[in-house]
Design a protein around this ligand. Sequence first.
Ligand SMILES: Nc1ncnc2c1ncn2[C@@H]1O[C@H](COP(=O)(O)OP(=O)(O)OP(=O)(O)O)[C@@H](O)[C@H]1O
Ligand SMILES: [Mg+2]
Length: 149
Amino acid sequence: MKTEPINEMKLVFPSSSSNEGFARAAVAAFAAQLDPTVDEISDIRTAVSEAVTNCIVHAYRDTIGKIEILMRLYEGGKLVIQVKDKGCGMEDVEKAMEPLFTTGGEERAGLGFAVMESFMNRLHVTSRPGKGTCVTMEKRLVGRSGYGR
Ligand SMILES: Nc1ncnc2c1ncn2[C@@H]1O[C@H](COP(=O)(O)OP(=O)(O)OP(=O)(O)O)[C@@H](O)[C@H]1O
Ligand SMILES: [Mg+2]
């Protein structure tokens, strides 16, 4: 049986870089109901920031498109975050996720996916060239009161 989230939210905004800070803050604000630790909030902000930046600089490289963030909260403190775009997509997701792989040239380190992977408990990426990309991240929060333990 499919478990229903106990709370959820959806956010849609254009891929202008001025929205990066907004996305980070909105995600942190939603996660706040779990009474997360400073480290947990920082991990989520960092991972979402990497995913949103990828939409801005890669998916919609020379254009502005829509970015969608979905957050779902489940019993026991599990948080599932999806960051979706309808941009250029990737030919080879596995290759793109390898640490240091980048199509961004000198400016980019190729570490965004590695950061998402290390700060979250699970990372799953699906992509279709010309159609877009969906990054799904999961984190189990213990919280300051030990709620998710
Ligand atoms: N949303 C996306 N749409 C299209 N391509 C993407 C997307 N996200 C990532 N990529 C591709 O995957 C590569 C690796 O992404 P990753 O975030 O790991 O590194 P980077 O963005 O190149 O560098 P860094 O994140 O360290 O600045 C990118 O260079 C790009 O080619
Ligand atoms: Mg990146």
